[in-house]
Design a protein around this ligand. Sequence first.
Ligand SMILES: [Zn+2]
Length: 258
Amino acid sequence: MFRVTLGYVSPGSLSPGRGTICGAVTSDPVVALTFDDGPDPANTPVVLDVLAQHGAHATFFLISELARRNPSLVEQISSAGHEVALHGRRHVDLTSVAPWTAFATVRAGLRELARVPTMAAHPIRFFRPPYGTQSPWTHAAARWCGLEVVGWTASPRDFLVLEPERHVAITFDDLEPGGVVLMHDGPPANPTRRVAVLHAILGAVAERGWRATTVGDLLEGRTARRRRWLLRRAAAVVEEMRPLLVREDLTPLPPRTP
Ligand SMILES: [Zn+2]
């Protein structure tokens, strides 16, 4: 099977502050939901509606420029009990820029997001690098800014156009209690499909008797599961497409008759 491994759990990786957070060590029926790339006027409100219908909570990794332009959306996210975190100032692959630039970019994004009025009462704890790409330098940059880096354990690949059941199957191939699900509420505007995928995922979470919550809530009172997560853009693209590269439904061809 063609598979790219994002990282590995090293023996010392559970000590506080080391490695990238990819969930919590727990058998409790709980997972964290995360949304990247927002806020977006078309997508974020419908995502918030669906979360409310299911009684679910999530962490929103925001692009700070979009947050500055849409402060009311940040207010809606926060007032509904969701968690706000940083995804970057813009959607830039930090491994493609100089270390100092990566640090300056994360710091500028953090400052910009913190200046959105709603955020005064909510310290920003978590950062997810755009595309999930990371080098030791970019990881250190986030840590120097006082942020914990959060990855994910499962993704429905909601940027692909698939049947909702396929998105669910792809997600639960990789998801177990304590895991983190990666989704998106940023541009482009396609609220109908976002709703369909999110309903399907949350329905499947409920079927299993699990609860969907924020990263902060998932980690509350639990040990973070940390991984060494170093990922370049080319490997990230292959990983995003992995479910399409693996044809699990292939059946052998019948023997050829002469
Ligand atoms: Zn992103």
